[in-house]
Design a protein around this ligand. Structure first.
Ligand SMILES: O=P(O)(O)O[C@H]1[C@H](O)[C@@H](O)[C@H](O)[C@H](O)[C@@H]1OP(=O)(O)O
Length: 926
């Protein structure tokens, strides 16, 4: 019989992909009844009375679980337990779980093989697809003890769903002990049901009571289809651990990829292409420029075209990757995948423990957002942007220096113009439509909308920047040519622009430089307001007259006297042509607006030309780098947001927090401040900080397509998250009404590896120190808003439960203390984030090795602090998770090798609890 390694396929996938699983056409086999989206079968194992091959030898046992699919003869190596040392009655903490899509039937056979491990350091977990045959060489570092097999149906139909099987030697003769298999149903054992198990745990007999509280839905199971549309290829692992009061808690780890890894970058690149096409068009429409500026513009346009081509090529390449949901660590430096985050996963721990509610703990694990293809020779974004800005500020090259805030403002005003102008035009047309229908109510409504939008429009230009940009552009025209509009009447005159022969016909005179009239701009945009006032006055007049002609009692002031100003309206009018009255005024309004738009657009585009023209092509390369890093960060954020929304949708306090304060998003960085990782950290810090420019909006899905849509532009993004109608309906009005939901990203970094030792001894840790200090201030700000904005009834209960103030002080002290490899910072920041209902992220270069150490440590620390994990079991739990848990599968799928890429030297530099168990690390091709 052939033995294959489950999960070591070419793609490094752990399980059969869904389509393949459903495609086996095995309808003749009996499916397992299951709760939808829950694992199909979960069981735990224990052995009794094992016979050692050599008398008096203490056994160190491990069970290898293999699967024989009913229609195949090959044995698929599926999973392993941890190694239990020094006992003949091992009770394994690592269980077995078959995820929802796994092709398992009642006819599927499971084979359990028990080994005695002689040398843990050599008991290496398998590293490659290696079909084995009957006469395969013996396993390195372990010797075979016995095996047993059963059919899944037998286990499910057995009394109490427990099988006690004899373990036999390979020839099937001698019995060498028994193995117990018992089904676990997380959350399905009713309160009070108890199963007393006596176990010899680490040499001490201890009575473990198997008791679970009533199930509590932590998954919001009805929302699962929505979540499953973004999560893919889940890996599940199951454990049981003893609590301080000798009961079992059950722990399920889940790790899933996300389709958003590719979807968000594609959305974002499309948006950048749209924005850049629009910008190049605006540059072309900038009008005549002096030769110096014209050359610069040509140069900018050439470079912008090259960049556009690059973005289009990358988008085309990404579009070929339909259905992809994972970029491996080994593809970090691939140019076409640069916008895609490295190794992005949801890492979830579901805990079902006695007397406590079920709890879910989620961390998004992802490689630090960084531009690997561009490299780090010159540092990362934080340094590069600072350097670029300083050089730009100090150069005498420009007429006016525009700060990054000002260029951001220019982009904002341009974008507002582009949105508002068509909107106003539409409302103006609607007003005319109402006029032609002679409908007073609809006329009033249309006027209200038109006034609101026009006021916003006028407001958008009340900025010194437009004024100074106009002057700058004036000087850049050939010979200072400035196309001067006819002088509109002074703002004190209240007559309507319709009487002024507006819109302005441009004068042909070419004024001298000194002719530049700074107040002209004020008059031009004030004309928009004036035209609107004329429209309002006319609408009032028409409605008034209409009332008169119907009621025939003229226009009266409050005291019943006739209003002299409207004396002419006292005579009844025949039914008027409202459209004819309003049409010229609307035309004037549109034309006045057109004038403002063309001037403002040109001047602000000129601001952006100056930004682009300086230091081409560095400027565009910096934009590209920032886009790449941001795209990776955004993909992770959207994934984290959707998962958080899904798991907290039924929590009204969370929803209230979401629309009143927004969400804290906390990143734990494990990068060192030495060599290339300095650049990565500099990229990451900017990428994460840029996430503050993202807001979410929840909308109702109109079809089965629920993937999020990214709208907006650079520095101002809105991600529309679609929810199915039933879920959408249950949301608070504010969220349903489209209120923007904000995020508050914070990053704390603590380097832990041997490179960090070098940085601390011979290098510089100031980058890490300043990032931590700056982000502490941001976290404190969020906490203050949270305390102010959340309702008092909620806060009193919240404060009782959480000593957040104390935790923040503690975090601050730790940051100030400047202790080496102070991992306490990470624990405190993560705890604060969890207590604040935030979204957690853990990142290192690849999110594979150091990240795996950190998330498993976090999981076990939570079990200890929140779920009373028995103290003596802390390290065992940690080792179980690292040896056989989801994270070793993560390593496998990244580098096709089940070994954390650490050597002894590196491990010696790690803080104690970050070191994986023997046999799980070593040289690996990463
Ligand atoms: O997941 P990481 O911790 O970034 O992986 C590192 C690992 O920590 C280090 O020991 C090893 O030498 C490699 O550099 C790993 O990075 P890769 O990006 O090459 O997986």
């Amino acid at each position: 019989m052939e033995i294959k390694e489950e999960g070591a396929s070419e793609e490094g996938q752990h399980f059969l992909p869904t389509a393949q699983a459903n495609d086996t056409g095995d309808t003749q086999f009996t499916s397992i009844q299951k709760v939808s989206n829950e694992p199909q079968l979960e069981f735990i194992l224990a052995c009794k009375d094992l016979v050692a091959p050599v008398r008096d030898r203490k056994l160190n046992t491990v069970v290898q679980i293999s699967v024989i699919h009913p229609e195949e003869q090959s044995l698929i190596r599926y999973s392993s337990t941890e190694i239990v040392e020094g006992t003949r009655d091992p009770l394994f903490l690592t269980g077995v779980t078959f995820p929802p899509e796994y092709p398992i039937y009642e006819e599927t056979k499971i084979k359990l093989t028990v080994y005695d491990v002689k040398d843990k350091s050599h008991d290496t977990v398998r590293t490659s697809v290696r079909p084995e045959h009957k006469d395969s060489p013996p396993e390195v570092g372990r010797s075979f003890l016995g095996h047993a097999s059963f059919k899944v149906g037998e286990l499910l139909k057995s009394k109490e769903q427990l099988l006690s099987l004899s373990l036999r030697t390979s020839d099937g003769g001698k019995v060498v002990g028994t193995i117990e298999v018992s089904v676990v149903k997380m959350g399905e054992i009713e309160d009070g049901e108890a199963d007393h198990i006596t176990a010899d745990v680490q040499g001490q007999k201890c009575a473990l009571v198997y008791e679970c509280t009533a199930p509590e839905s932590v998954n919001g199971k009805d929302n699962l289809p929505f979540l499953n549309s973004v999560l893919k290829n889940p890996v599940y692992k199951l454990y049981r651990f003893p609590t301080a009061d000798n009961k079992w808690m059950q722990v399920r780890e889940q790790m899933s990829e996300s389709i958003l890894s590719f979807h968000i970058p594609k959305e974002l690149i499309s948006l950048h292409i749209k924005e850049d096409l629009c910008r190049t068009q605006e540059l072309k429409e900038l009008g005549e420029l002096s030769p110096h500026w014209d050359n610069l513009r040509k140069n900018v346009l050439t470079h912008c075209d090259q960049m556009l081509n690059l973005y289009q090529d990358i988008l085309a390449e990404l579009s070929k990757e339909t259905g992809s949901s994972f970029k491996s660590s080994s593809s970090k430096g691939e140019r076409t995948l640069e916008f895609v985050p490295v190794n992005l996963h949801l890492q979830r721990m579901h805990v079902h423990s006695p007397h406590l509610k079920d709890a879910l703990y989620d961390v998004i694990t992802v490689g630090a957002p960084a531009a690997h293809f561009q490299g780090f020779k010159n540092g990362g974004l934080r340094k590069l942007l600072n350097k670029f800005e300083t050089e730009r500020r100090n150069t005498g090259y420009q007429f006016i220096y525009y700060s990054p805030e000002n260029t951001a403002k220019a982009k904002e005003v341009l974008s507002n113009i582009n949105q508002l102008q068509p909107l106003i035009a539409t409302h103006a047309d609607l007003l005319l439509n109402s006029a032609s229908q002679h409908s007073p109510d609809s006329l009033k409504n249309s006027l209200k909308m038109l006034s609101e939008k026009t006021e916003l429009f006028v407001h958008a230009f009340k900025d010194q920047l437009v004024r100074s940009a106009l002057l700058a552009l004036y000087t850049a025209r050939p010979g200072g040519i400035f196309q001067k509009p006819p002088s509109p009447k002074s703002s004190t005159e209240e007559s309507c622009p319709q009487d002024q022969t507006l819109p302005m016909r441009r004068q042909d005179s070419i004024p001298h430089h000194s002719d530049y009239d700074e107040e002209e701009w004020d008059r031009v945009w004030a004309n928009v307001g004036k035209s609107l006032n004329c429209v309002i006055a006319m609408v009032d007049k028409l409605i008034e007259r209409d009332g008169d002609s119907k009621g025939g009692n003229g226009s009266r002031s409050n005291d019943g006297e006739k209003d002299p100003s409207l004396a002419d309206s006292s005579t009844p009018h025949p039914r008027e042509d409202w459209y004819a009255e309003l049409h010229p005024l609307i035309l004037t309004l549109k034309e006045c607006m057109g004038e403002v738009v063309s001037r403002a657009k040109q001047s602000l585009t000129f601001v952006l030309l100056q930004e682009l023209a300086y230091s081409l092509p560095q400027c565009l390369m910096l934009t590209l780098r920032r886009d790449i890093v941001f795209s990776q960060a955004l993909a992770g954020l959207v994934c984290g947001f959707i998962i958080k929304l899904h798991s907290s949708l039924h929590d009204p306090d969370f929803l209230r927090q979401l629309y009143t304060v927004g969400l804290i998003v906390q990143y734990e960085g494990l990068l060192s401040t030495y060599s290339d990782e300095v650049g990565m950290l500099e990229d990451m810090a900017v990428g994460i900080s840029d996430l503050k420019n993202v807001a979410f909006k929840i909308i109702e899905a109109q079809s089965n397509e629920v993937l999020p849509v990214v709208t907006g532009r650079r520095e101002h993004y809105v991600v529309e998250v679609k929810l199915p109608a039933t879920m959408f309906e249950s949301l608070p009005l504010q969220i349903k009404g489209g209120q923007l939901l904000h995020v508050h990203p914070v990053l704390f970094n603590v380097g832990i590896n041997e490179q960090q030792t070098l940085a601390e001894r011979f290098g510089d840790v100031s980058l890490q120190e300043s990032i931590n200090q700056e982000n502490f201030e941001l976290l404190k700000e969020y906490y203050t808003i949270f305390m102010e904005k959340m309702p008092p009834d909620y806060m009193s209960h919240f404060q009782e439960q959480n000593d957040l103030k104390g935790l923040l002080e503690n975090l601050h002290q730790n940051i100030q203390a400047k202790k080496r490899k102070n991992v306490e910072i990470m624990w405190l920041a993560a705890t604060i984030c969890r207590k604040l209902n935030g979204i957690r992220f853990t990142c290192c270069k690849s999110a594979k090795d150091r990240t795996s150490m950190s998330v498993t440590l976090e999981q076990c620390s939570i079990l200890r602090d929140e779920h009373q994990l028995q103290k003596d079991f802390f390290i065992r739990a940690l080792d179980c998770m690292r040896r056989e848990g989801c994270r070793i599968e993560n390593v496998l799928k990244n580098i096709k090798c089940r070994k954390y890429a650490f050597n002894m030297l590196q491990l010696m530099a790690f803080p104690k609890f970050y070191r994986p168990p023997e046999g799980t690390y070593g040289k690996a091709d990463t």
